[in-house]
Design a protein around this ligand. Structure first.
Ligand code: B12
Length: 211
């Protein structure tokens, strides 16, 4: 679809105003927000990520692309709000301590909300203590989700998963992990209940945890 291709390019080039305008037009044309995420926002960030890896994009360009994605999903969330129905479960979500990456986490949040969950988004750089405080303050929590893009933060993630486990002998909530630094094997070693490679699968797996 030409509109989504234009949106993908606007994000990739780091033009937030243009991205916002195109995302607005897409929503006005009643394009499913899931397509907007899947066919424009995610491919754009993947491509920016590749260029960054190959030293073909500078930090300012990456930040502008990340900002463009953020504006788009804020718009999607705002527009979907009036349609929100009774939620099917509550998810606590955050990026692990030491890590400031939030684009993937925010996409995961959109997918969860689209699937009917209430999401308590703690933000980035979230310590074990903050996760524990959040579960204590959220009696109806069904799933705790932790994101990590930096391999250096995997020890903190593991420690947090273990602390959350110890804190929950009656299995009130499940624990899911993800993000570029995490592998299925690492997730299993930590003792997480689930790992998924992308946000679409994350929402599908989360639904299976709700009885
Ligand atoms: C954008 C970006 C930044 C931006 C972040 C902006 C922001 N607000 O997020 C900025 C410029 C700030 C940045 C900084 C740094 N970055 Co950076 N960054 C990236 C980049 C290019 C893209 C990340 C991204 O947004 N991807 C797109 C999203 C959609 O993908 P995603 O996050 O993986 O999420 C998907 C899935 O993983 C999954 N998912 C995500 N979270 C979760 C959670 C759960 C529970 C589940 C189930 C699923 C799930 O769903 C998402 C959608 O499908 C990557 C390169 C790359 N190829 O990933 C490097 C990268 C992550 N960064 C890297 C590094 C090293 C850094 C810095 C240390 C650089 C530096 N020397 O300063 C700093 C760290 C700052 C900090 N303390 O966090 C490395 C990490 C290497 C590693 N394995 O440890 C990468 C891989 C680049 C590289 N190849 O070297 N970065």
């Amino acid at each position: 679809m030409e509109l989504l291709e234009k949106l993908r390019q606007a994000i990739e080039r780091g033009h937030p105003n243009e991205a916002e305008r195109l995302a607005c037009t897409a929503l006005d044309s009643r394009i499913d927000p899931l397509f907007i995420v899947d066919d424009a926002m995610m491919p754009a960030m993947r491509s920016v990520g590749e260029r960054y890896k190959n030293d073909e994009a500078d930090i300012l360009r990456i930040l502008a692309a990340a900002r463009s994605v953020r504006i788009c999903f804020e718009l999607i969330e705002k527009r979907r709000l009036p349609f929100a129905q009774k939620h099917i479960g509550t998810i606590i979500l955050g990026t692990i301590e030491g890590d400031l990456h939030d684009v993937g986490k925010n996409l995961v949040a959109i997918m969860f909300r689209s699937a009917g969950f209430r999401v308590v988004d703690l933000g980035v750089d979230i310590s074990e203590k903050k996760f524990l405080k959040a579960v204590a303050e959220t009696p109806d929590v069904s799933i705790v989700c932790i994101s990590s893009l930096l391999s250096t933060t995997l020890p903190e993630m593991e420690q947090t998963v273990k602390a959350l486990r110890r804190n929950d002998p009656k299995k009130r909530y499940r624990i899911m992990v993800g993000g570029g630094a995490v592998t299925r094997q690492a997730a299993e070693q930590m003792g997480a209940d689930a790992y998924t490679e992308n946000c679409v699968e994350a929402a599908e797996v989360a639904k299976t945890f709700i009885v």
